[in-house]
Write a protein that binds this ligand. Structure first.
Ligand SMILES: [Ca+2]
Ligand SMILES: [Ca+2]
Length: 227
């Protein structure tokens, strides 16, 4: 009898855990393709087999488009900078392509009026011109998506920072765009590193309540098990 009860509890527990994880994976689904710039591999681009960094026409970079410029990707560890996700990251201020400001974007399906969480990691490449050792930086970029438009100018050279904000989709598709604003004197192609870009839907109130019930159920079963 004791064994039967225990088996029933375990069965229920597995069901709750499964449901909880199924919900979590739906809520956290990243709508951005190649948000960590893991494709293509550095060495396969226009620099022809070189290591450290590489650049491509946007049409050759999975998921991303640009404004008639190039997309530059670095290998983790190059110039002492590690990726925060995977083995590569992007430098928004990409390789020279005619003197225009660099901009990259990605369009994905959304529901008008729904809220989404945008998050990504960003880091500066150089300190200010007066003191290269400084953690300060005059690098900056603008990020836009749905009703969100934000100037990001607080990143430093000594660490990655995390951006996280919520936007409301304005239509059945949304375009996420990063546009270079600031760079160093005579160094248009330096700075504004990006990695681990993610957009996910914000769970609706009902889903959050169900999620909470699932967690509460888990907690109760844990109590039962330890009792
Ligand atoms: Ca990455
Ligand atoms: Ca560059």
């Amino acid at each position: 009898m004791k064994g039967l009860t225990k088996g029933m509890v375990i069965g229920t527990r597995i069901a709750v855990v499964t449901a909880t994880f199924a919900f979590a994976s739906v809520a956290n689904a990243n709508l951005i393709v190649n948000g960590g710039f893991e494709n293509p591999l550095v060495g396969d681009g226009l620099r022809g087999g070189a290591t450290g960094w590489d650049y491509w026409n946007a049409s050759d970079v999975t998921g991303w488009e640009d404004s008639d410029s190039n997309i530059e990707i670095w290998e983790s560890g190059f110039q002492g900078i590690d990726a925060t996700e995977g083995k590569q990251f992007a430098e928004l201020n990409a390789h020279y392509a005619g003197g225009a400001l660099f901009s990259i974007s990605q369009t994905f399906g959304t529901q008008a009026g729904e809220k989404y969480v945008l998050s990504f990691d960003y880091r500066a490449r150089l300190g200010d011109e007066e003191s290269r050792a400084s953690v300060e930086s005059n690098e900056s970029f603008k990020v836009t998506a749905g009703d969100l438009s934000s100037l990001v100018d607080d990143h430093t050279t000594d660490m990655w920072s995390v951006f996280s904000d919520v936007f409301t989709a304005q239509g059945s598709s949304t375009t996420l765009t990063f546009t270079q604003v600031g760079y160093h004197n005579n160094k248009l192609t330096y700075g504004n590193f990006l990695d681990d870009i993610s957009v996910s839907s914000v769970p609706e109130a009902g889903s959050i309540a169900l999620f909470g019930l699932g967690l509460a159920g888990l907690g109760l079963l844990r109590v039962k098990k330890s009792a």
